[in-house]
Design a protein around this ligand. Structure first.
Ligand code: SF4
Length: 432
């Protein structure tokens, strides 16, 4: 493809930039498509005279906190360079690395709530760890802005589904309405480029913010497959098909990115790949780590048992020691403890501290006197109202969990499930 196509894209972007005041958002995942998109955008804005660079532009990237370490390092490096270059050249471009809140992290969902590691038909992670942080950020900003334009590096050639989705949405001046955020218009500047066009551009041009794309090319060469786009809505193709997803991803059959990095000498990946196998083991009901009742009380493989969650936490802390990576934070550990108290076979409120204190270098304090006082009080209340103390504890822990995350949606269902469990236990108990 001739260079005029790239020049045309930049000229269109420049014209769009100058057309109105609407702020821009730019999806960046660190993959080839979004790197090319960001590169074209930086060039387009550079071509605008400095006094006219008034439009707020935000490069958005998500970090699930279980991303492959080498990819995180590459992305953080690119974002730092973009930020510096924007300051030096007065581009008015800010960069934002968005992460899920601790209560929605991978480990809190799996080890705390007992969600089974994700699979194709129960991919609970993308919404919570990727889409929600972006939606929340955009909604916050939209409070100040009337409308915004979101640039994405999506291409029709990626898949026939993607081509159909893109062709099926009506455009206005080349922009499509975002399916979930009505005041956001989506622009796909590289929609018609082929993979060869993208690589040709990336390998022939250095990034405006500095650095070339040989490292990126090497990462792609180490593994084959599609790339993980920044997730903006549920119609974006599964990042589980991707090369640059989470190292914990059990949606893909094989994690080719991690395998490729290991083959290229990144020894951290050996441990992480081993742990991915552990997650697969825990997900499979035949291995006995799953409850035989679903979260809603129906028959079928349910959440990880409390024993399974404890075991997984032990193994995760060992992995943390072996790799020297920060895999789980003290805040997540506290949330997990809170959730264990509301589990089917509730923990006494000290289970996490017991496990953590056994591990070298990790200290977690639990105020045992306070815990004992609370437990005595719970027993008194249960006796007074003639209810089972386990049920009371689970319900209190659930309410506390929700109040800590400042939300109430879903609480009624969760409390109902605890009551259902209680009825089930009593029925089973009376049969015995
Ligand atoms: S890469 Fe896998 S684990 Fe990560 S959000 Fe996507 S589907 Fe979930």
């Amino acid at each position: 493809m001739g260079t005029s196509v790239y020049q045309d894209i930049k000229a269109n972007l420049r014209a769009l930039y100058l057309e109105d005041q609407r702020p821009w958002l730019v999806g960046f995942s660190g993959g080839k498509d979004s790197t090319m998109l960001a590169s074209l955008l930086f060039d387009a804005i550079l071509s605008v005279p400095p006094e006219k660079r008034k439009k707020p532009v935000t490069v958005l990237c998500t970090d699930t906190r279980v991303e492959i370490p080498a990819i995180v390092e590459m992305i953080e490096n690119a974002l730092a360079r973009m930020h510096k270059f924007s300051e030096q050249s007065q581009l008015n471009i800010e960069v934002r690395l968005l992460k899920p809140p601790p209560e929605q992290s991978f480990w809190v969902n799996i080890i705390g709530r007992g969600y089974p590691p994700p699979r194709r038909n129960f991919r609970w992670c993308t919404q919570r760890m990727k889409i929600d942080p972006v939606t929340e950020f955009v909604n916050q900003r939209l409070g100040h802005w009337g409308e915004a334009i979101l640039h994405l590096g999506a291409r029709r050639e990626e898949s026939s589904t993607r081509a159909q989705t893109m062709a099926g949405r009506k455009t206005r001046n080349g922009l499509r309405r975002h399916p979930d955020l009505p005041r956001v218009w989506v622009s796909n500047p590289i929609e018609y480029l082929t993979t060869e066009d993208v690589w040709a551009y990336l390998l022939q041009n250095s990034n405006p913010w500095g650095g070339d794309n040989r490292m990126l090319y090497k990462l792609y060469a180490n593994a084959s497959g599609g790339e993980c786009p920044i997730q903006i809505d549920t119609s974006t193709p599964s990042c589980g098909n991707s090369r640059f997803g989470c190292w914990t991803c059990t949606v893909v059959d094989r994690d080719k990115a991690s395998e490729g990095l290991l083959a290229a000498g990144d020894e951290r990946m050996e441990h992480l790949l081993g742990f991915r196998e552990t997650l697969l083991e825990f997900r499979d009901p035949v291995n006995g780590w799953r409850d035989n009742r679903r979260m809603n009380g129906n028959e079928g493989p349910g959440p990880l048992t409390i024993e399974g969650r404890r075991e997984l936490l032990k193994r995760l802390l060992t992995l943390q020691e072996d790799t020297h990576l920060d895999l789980i934070t003290p805040e997540e550990l506290l949330l997990i403890q809170q959730m264990w108290k509301a589990a089917r076979e509730p923990d006494d409120g000290r289970g996490v501290a017991r496990i953590v204190n056994k591990q070298r270098g990790v200290i977690m304090n639990a105020d045992l006197n306070k815990l004992n006082r609370v437990r005595e009080l719970e027993e008194k209340v249960a006796k007074k109202f003639d209810i089972r103390v386990d049920k009371l504890r689970r319900m209190l822990a659930k309410v506390e969990e929700y109040s800590e995350s400042h939300r109430a949606q879903g609480l009624a269902d969760d409390l109902l499930n605890i009551l259902k469990d209680d009825v089930e236990t009593q029925t089973t108990g009376s049969k015995d």
